[in-house]
Write a protein that binds this ligand. Structure first.
Ligand SMILES: Cc1cc2nc3c(=O)[nH]c(=O)nc-3n(C[C@H](O)[C@H](O)[C@H](O)COP(=O)(O)OP(=O)(O)OC[C@H]3O[C@@H](n4cnc5c(N)ncnc54)[C@H](O)[C@@H]3O)c2cc1C
Length: 517
């Protein structure tokens, strides 16, 4: 097979049209093509009047022109990345069952190691119950919630898999997800998306595969302490009272567990403060976004996305983040007396509203560069949001018009549940964040006319887009304490589902390399 790129077609095209366009690009007759494999599909909507689907294709054809590159299959499962299986017993614990921890555990298993997987929250079903109790009764379970439990922070998400990192590991990671029940189109869509409903199946299937391969999964078990000897980890203590002897640990704890970061720092795991961002969620009607991005082509295309960035008057970076077409805003708190927002959607993305975070960059100098100043900074905002929402886990809302001083008409009802009272977001956010948001919405309106609709709800507070610290790791992938392999978003080296999953795979491969020597 050989590869042809930039095959462009109008939305709504047929399979035959794709074949003819591919043949034209390859300079051969369509009848000569015996197989077409879509390698990548994207939407070019730079010109709203002339939206095009753009394909990269692998073709099997008689008499193919040799000027086209040959198609090479990539590793399509994480097992294919494991060069040598480890043939000696090794006691490994993976802490955290988010994308990084799950992929690390699957990779270790493929490499002949059965780790014990330790997760402070419950399984997908227990989490669903806990999240529903928050939605309907305003009761937060601080150990089992949108951040904590099997699947990690990604379970109640949009399941967007786009990432800016190198694509090298994508075929193996996405192939693994497909083998666990994710939709096949994630293998070629340029903006792959799974949806929270499908993610639950993926996580349940991943747990079953790990268990049937011999991996023990301990849910509702929090890592509370580590035992170190001669600069290496030798044991872990869990909230259940259990103590386990270990040779190595993959630490994939996400960015919410401040208690665990504090414990690790006290034990000598070196980390440094890093920049992150805070802001709010904004909602619009999805039909408005579709029309604005795709014009007359909107009905022929999936719900539209957007991504904007700007500089505030004071020079801060402000950008939209984690846009969820046809989704809903979800209260994602894990600490008592706090409100944290995020967005999620189902596979169909059929909700009436679109939401996205608008975030302003924060640097360590905003909290005097202290190691845990970032955690405290975000926690102050989360507590203020809780108070502004009425103190019952209802997310506080302010209409954009009220925020920027424009008359508010046609208020769009927010999708978040529970919803708190209307508030003044300047009492929740630091001044520079509120000012940055005001500057940015005006700039974003230039990209999409009507973005600055006064009736758009702003919902606070969005504080957990990335980790406020980075755990230092050396060439071997270990932390300052030997045998600890930090991975994923909590380690501060990844952001989002895909890069965290890839980082989990890499941590497992590094661990195997170290102990295989
Ligand atoms: C509502 C929501 C929507 C999102 N939508 C998207 C999206 O569409 N696309 C995207 O790319 N990203 C999205 N994200 C972000 C994404 O989920 C994270 O980037 C990703 O999950 C990070 O993976 P991780 O494995 O590093 O950490 P996490 O997923 O945070 O997993 C860490 C796990 O460690 C466990 N843990 C923590 N401390 C301990 C301890 N002491 N002992 C035992 N277990 C512990 C936690 O319970 C958790 O399950 C979303 C996040 C949220 C909250």
């Amino acid at each position: 097979m050989f590869v042809v790129d930039s095959v462009k077609l109008k939305p709504g095209h047929s399979e035959d049209e794709l074949k003819f366009a591919a043949a034209r690009k390859a300079g051969i007759g369509a009848g000569k093509i015996s197989e077409i494999k879509i390698l990548r599909k994207s939407i070019d909507a730079r010109d709203r009047e002339n939206v095009r689907l753009v394909y990269s294709l692998a073709l099997s054809a008689v008499g193919a022109n040799r000027r086209f590159p040959e198609y090479r299959e990539s590793a399509d499962r994480v097992a294919a990345l494991v060069k040598n299986k480890l043939n000696k017993p090794l006691r490994v614990a993976v802490i955290g069952a988010g994308p990084a921890g799950l992929m690390a555990a699957l990779t270790l298993q493929a490499g002949g190691i059965n780790p014990v997987l330790i997760e402070r929250g419950g399984d997908a079903e227990a989490r669903e119950k806990a999240v529903n109790a928050l939605k309907s009764q305003g009761v937060l379970n601080t150990e089992c919630n949108v951040q904590y439990g099997m699947g990690g922070a990604g379970l109640f998400s949009d399941g967007k898999l786009n990432s800016g990192i190198s694509r090298e590991f994508f075929p193996a990671v996405f192939g693994e997800l497909v083998s666990l029940g994710a939709p096949k189109d994630i293998l070629y869509e340029s903006h792959p998306h799974v949806g929270t409903d499908k993610l639950k199946d993926v996580v349940t299937n991943a747990s079953a595969r790990l268990r049937s391969g011999g991996t023990e999964i301990k849910t509702f078990s929090r890592l509370d302490d580590i035992e170190v000897s001669d600069g290496k980890i030798v044991g872990i203590a869990l909230s259940t009272g259990e103590r386990l002897a270990v040779d190595a640990v993959i630490l994939a704890i996400g960015h919410s567990a401040f208690d665990t970061f504090r414990m690790l720092a006290a034990k000598g795991v070196l980390m440094e403060p890093k920049p992150f961002s805070v802001g709010v969620r904004i909602e619009h009607l999805q039909s408005f976004i579709n029309e604005g991005r795709y014009g007359k082509f909107a009905a022929m295309l999936p719900p539209a996305e957007y991504k904007f960035s700007a500089k505030s008057a004071s020079g801060r970076g402000v950008y939209t983040f984690c846009m969820c077409p046809g989704g809903e805003v979800i209260v994602s708190s894990s600490d008592p007396g706090t409100i944290v927002t995020n967005g999620m959607s189902y596979r169909a993305r059929s909700g009436s509203n679109a939401n996205a975070a608008i975030l302003v960059s924060v640097t360590p100098s905003d909290f005097n560069g202290s190691l845990f100043g970032g955690f405290e900074f975000r926690s102050r905002i989360e507590r203020a949001a809780f108070a502004a929402g009425g103190g019952r886990y209802g997310a506080p809302v302010q209409y954009l018009g009220d925020f920027i001083g424009m008359p508010v008409k046609n208020k769009l009802p927010p999708t978040v549940s529970p919803v708190g009272g209307e508030c003044d977001l300047t009492t929740v956010l630091p001044r520079f964040v509120a000012d940055g948001l005001k500057d940015a919405v005006a700039a974003f309106d230039l990209n999409l006319k009507g973005f600055m609709a006064p009736g758009s709800p702003l919902i606070g507070a969005e504080t957990r887009s990335s980790c406020p610290v980075r755990i230092l790791r050396g060439e071997s992938g270990e932390s300052s304490i030997g045998g600890i392999f930090p991975a994923g978003e909590g380690a501060g080296w990844a952001g989002g589902i895909t890069s965290s999953a890839v980082d989990g795979v890499k941590a497992a491969l590094k661990l195997m390399r170290k102990f295989g020597e």
